[in-house]
Write a protein that binds this ligand. Structure first.
Ligand code: FAD
Length: 413
């Protein structure tokens, strides 16, 4: 209820995705008298939730310290830190549990419904929204939005209707190629450039030929000449490289990749953090202790044999070479291949498990205590339309839940 007028509040949420549902359910449950409507331009709700996490929906991440959690967001880290004190993965887990949906954590911290089906999450949202009286409309897009002098909003919809609302929350997802960018900009907001994040690398390189499917559990990758090293599993694909460490690099360096049109040189340390120096010491021990044995038979821990053999070949070390026959030159070449393998990225490939947009509504223009525009009072934002994105692992949905929760409560206070 609107305390000033005594009439029910009219709240409109634009976009029936993750953030939209969380916003709408939160608002409708907090103020049962409010009229909360979700407009979704597509024919179905929650389509990304459906395909998320390979159909399992990686709902959140088992990281319960807001300060640590916020470090997983290349964009939005500082702003989300405070917001996570309001709503964090623990709250998400409890929210679903209270509605009969149990989540489980996997060894790497990713959390999924115990059913391993994203449909469980969708069913939960649909039931919660209906129980709370949320009005759900598909096939209707927002075209234009006007802030009126009386503090209300006029929304021009794709079905020709114009509706009025006391509060509006934009949860439209990525603004890339979205006609909504114009509507948002015309209200005075700036949209940070929109570029992809969380992509795999195309690397046409003979060293990777026929090795698709092999993975190294702890590799280090960075951009040449300089970037922080991202550590973790690296997977060789038919087109190049993927896996968590690569996706992390794509996320943290998303803008740089875009600026360089995805033509970037990277360095791969297949041995995690082992340095060339340490490796030379190991080689020297091998030479002394097992000089007669073949170099190719001493596969470094964690390296698949076929990749090792390929790297030996790339360092021009013949299969019959013994440790005692390894020259300084070849030793250096091998150390280089192992700890600082240079690869030319030539384009990107979409990561099928998760990809997001870097860029969106400028964060300085949003009051994160309410997820409300500092330019247009009563206008709220949540989810991927903001300049927020996380690495893979459930962080992107968590940002949507947190933003939706805060916006939903703020619209009815
Ligand atoms: C393949 C894939 C898998 C993923 N898996 C995961 C995962 O497991 N875990 C994770 O954390 N993240 C995952 N993500 C990222 C995650 O899906 C997004 O971060 C999240 O969906 C963002 O939520 P959102 O509500 O902001 O946007 P969305 O979920 O994209 O929802 C926005 C909705 O708004 C609608 N809309 C847009 N414009 C208008 C308009 N003008 N009028 C009305 N409606 C409009 C859209 O049609 C859409 O339904 C995945 C992404 C992809 C592409």
């Amino acid at each position: 209820m609107n305390p000033k007028t005594g009439t029910p509040r009219k709240i409109v949420v634009i976009g029936g995705g993750a953030a939209g549902f969380f916003t709408a359910i939160t608002a409708a449950e907090a103020d049962p008298a409010a009229e909360v409507t979700v407009y979704e331009k597509g024919n179905a709700f929650l389509t990304k939730v459906k395909i998320s996490g390979g159909g399992r929906c990686n709902v959140t991440h088992a990281c319960f310290d807001p300060a640590v959690l916020s470090k997983n967001y290349p964009r939005g880290s500082r702003e989300l830190r405070g917001a996570f004190y309001e709503w964090q993965p623990q709250d998400t887990v409890a929210w679903f549990e209270a509605r009969g949906v149990e989540l489980k954590a996997e060894a790497d911290g990713r959390m999924f419904p115990v059913t391993d089906r994203s449909q469980t999450i969708i069913d939960c949202f649909m039931k919660s929204a209906r129980d709370a009286g949320v009005i759900l409309k598909t096939g209707i897009a927002l075209h234009e939005l006007q802030a009126e002098p009386d503090g209300k909003f006029s929304l021009h919809l794709s079905n020709g209707e114009t509706v009025r609302a006391d509060k509006v929350c934009i949860t439209s997802g990525s603004l890339k190629a979205s006609p909504l960018t114009r509507a948002i900009e015309s209200l005075g907001h700036y949209i940070e450039p929109l570029v992809p994040s969380l992509f795999a690398f195309n690397i046409p390189d003979h060293r990777l030929n026929d090795l698709a499917g092999l993975s190294v559990q702890d590799a280090g990758v960075k951009i040449i000449p300089k970037s922080p090293v991202q550590r973790g599993p690296v997977l060789i694909t038919h087109r190049g490289l993927s896996g968590p460490a690569i996706l992390r690099l794509s996320a943290w360096e998303a803008r740089r990749f875009a600026e360089q049109d995805y033509a970037v040189e990277i360095s791969v340390n297949w041995l995690g953090k082992t340095s060339a120096e340490e490796l030379r010491e190991t080689f020297s021990n091998n030479r002394m202790e097992s000089g007669k044995s073949l170099v190719k038979n001493k596969v470094p821990a964690g390296l698949p044999r076929r990749l090792w053999e390929r790297l030996l070949e790339s360092a021009a070390i013949a299969p019959e070479t013994q440790w005692s026959q390894l020259t300084k030159d070849r030793e250096n070449a091998l150390a280089h291949q192992l700890t600082d393998g240079r690869f030319e990225v030539k384009g990107k490939t979409t990561n099928k498990d998760e990809f997001v947009t870097c860029g969106g509504v400028r964060l300085k223009e949003i009051d994160f205590r309410r997820m409300e525009s500092r330019i247009v009072p009563g206008l709220h934002f949540a989810g991927e339309c903001l300049d927020i994105d996380g690495i893979t692992g459930g962080y992107n949905f968590q940002a949507a839940w947190t933003g939706g929760r805060i916006a939903g409560l703020a619209m009815v206070d």
